[in-house]
Design a protein around this ligand. Structure first.
Ligand code: UFG
Length: 325
């Protein structure tokens, strides 16, 4: 998400500075970004938990606004290792905000998630739906949202854009950057891509008895390029209006697991064998956004189709079978 947003920021005339400890990313991405954008992107290597270092970087580059992507995001891992999530996500956000405060930088775009809606009572989901959490990862997003709201009360000068992502998939159309999960992918699209390329024999479809048209889970898959442009629109809105906001970033429509599989087979020309499996604990039947607020506030809406998402993932996967290695 960070690398794709860097490209979108450069295209919109911003100069991004990357801060990364490369715990869940690869330095090779910097070379790829240079290839795509035709310019070297500055990267400072360090940890978001190191508050004085973050402050020094913000000061050195006279940073006007921050986008905070540095969170862990695997639901299952968060259940097994909750402290890792509370430390990296919550302590990481506290550290970043302290550094921003010290450096007099009060403009932040924060990566939240549709996970804050838990198991929604209905779909599509609007921003005023009740929030709940079903795992430590979701809890960290909820706590950080609350922390941001409290800071806004304490100091109205903060300009805070909270973006609730639905299901980001896809890759840059160049095929040079994309998702490179370590180990067995947790999420549907990277798993499907690895089945199509022959790395894994079949996809487990987690449940075909949900109350959905074909019985499999329905999600709001959104192209990472659309999401990247949503970040740029959010930053521009904050810098222009000075007003804080919380918005859903989704397409407004859902697709089932089997629809994703079909679309991927079509885009790749490869079969994706499936095996029905038990429901995955914690999964909900349907989750998709009502995205009108983002359109009204940011003048943004998702434009790319499920076919675009699959085509771009396949270009990335087939051109980089081992990711950035
Ligand atoms: N699925 C399978 N087989 C797999 C993987 C997933 O059938 O191997 C199904 C799931 O059961 C679900 C759908 O594919 O119905 C999507 O699953 P993902 O794991 O890709 O995405 P989730 O909706 O579970 O999770 C995503 C983000 C989380 C976030 C959550 C809610 O990955 O970070 O949305 O916003 F918390």
């Amino acid at each position: 998400m960070g690398s794709h947003t860097c490209v979108a920021l450069i295209e919109a005339g911003f100069t991004p500075i990357i801060l990364d400890n490369f715990s869940n990313s690869h330095p090779a991405v910097l070379q790829r970004l240079a290839q795509i954008t035709g310019r070297a992107v500055v990267c400072e290597q360090g940890d978001v938990l190191d508050t004085p270092w973050v402050e020094a970087v913000l000061r050195r580059h006279q940073v006007a606004g921050v986008m905070h992507f540095a969170g862990d995001k695997a639901v299952g891992e968060s259940v097994a290792q909750p402290l890792k999530y509370y430390r990296n996500n919550i302590s990481g956000a506290v550290s970043l905000l302290e550094a921003m405060q010290a450096a007099n930088c009060q403009t932040l775009v924060f990566s939240s998630s549709a996970t804050v809606y838990g198991d929604p009572a209905s779909v599509p989901i609007t921003e005023d739906f009740p929030r709940q959490h079903t795992n430590p990862y979701g809890h960290t997003k909820l706590v950080i949202e609350d922390m941001l709201a409290a800071m806004q009360v304490a100091d109205p000068a903060w300009q805070l854009g909270v973006l609730r992502y639905f299901n980001p998939v896809g890759a840059h159309p160049s095929g040079l950057i994309g998702e490179d999960p370590s180990g067995i992918p947790n999420n549907l699209m990277p798993f499907v891509a690895q089945v199509a390329i022959g790395k894994r024999p079949f996809l487990n479809v987690y449940g075909n008895d949900y109350a959905t048209p074909d019985g499999t889970g329905v999600r709001d898959y959104i192209h990472v390029q659309d999401l990247a442009q949503g970040h740029v629109a959010a930053l521009q809105r904050l810098l222009q209006s000075g007003e804080s906001f919380t918005v859903n970033l989704g397409t407004g429509s859902g697709n089932s697991v089997l629809e994703v599989v079909k679309a991927f087979e079509l885009a790749s020309g490869r079969p994706v064998p499936c095996q029905m499996a038990a429901r995955r604990p914690g999964d909900v039947a349907q989750c998709y956004a009502y995205p009108a607020l983002a359109q009204r506030l940011l003048g943004w809406r998702a434009e790319r189709t499920l076919a675009d998402m699959c085509t771009d993932v396949w270009r990335w996967q087939s051109g980089n079978p081992n990711g950035y290695q």
